[in-house]
Design a protein around this ligand. Structure first.
Ligand SMILES: [Zn+2]
Ligand SMILES: [Zn+2]
Length: 111
């Protein structure tokens, strides 16, 4: 008995890399984007300075750390040095106080 081999046309294998971006490039972009997010610098500041208000010394834990906020010493939210030198962990009350007192200065500085 003669076997009829079905003739399958060969399909060209599709290349997986359909983007012109290299993986390294994409990772670099993702990292850069994540470094600009609020949650990221907040997390870093809490790690560096600890769960404690820099002003009144009130301590926080995992449960209420959402009440601890990150203040930018120079008032520039885009200035986020990785060593945490522009960050200060303040409880909501002290943070409010800090900004209320600094309001005139910020106004004059044009912020
Ligand atoms: Zn405080
Ligand atoms: Zn602030």
């Amino acid at each position: 008995m003669a076997q009829n081999r079905s003739f399958k046309p060969r399909r060209p294998i599709k290349k997986v890399t359909d983007s012109n971006k290299s993986v390294e490039e994409i990772i670099r972009e993702l990292k850069a984007a994540s470094q600009n997010t609020n949650s990221n610098y907040r997390q870093q500041s809490l790690q560096i300075h600890g769960l404690i208000c820099a002003k009144c010394g009130r301590e926080f834990d995992e449960k209420n750390k959402n009440q601890l906020t990150v203040h930018h010493k120079d008032g520039n939210h885009n200035n986020n040095p990785q060593d945490g030198s522009n960050w200060e962990n303040l409880c909501a009350y002290c943070h409010d106080d800090e900004h209320t007192r600094g309001l005139l200065g910020d106004y004059i500085a044009g912020k």
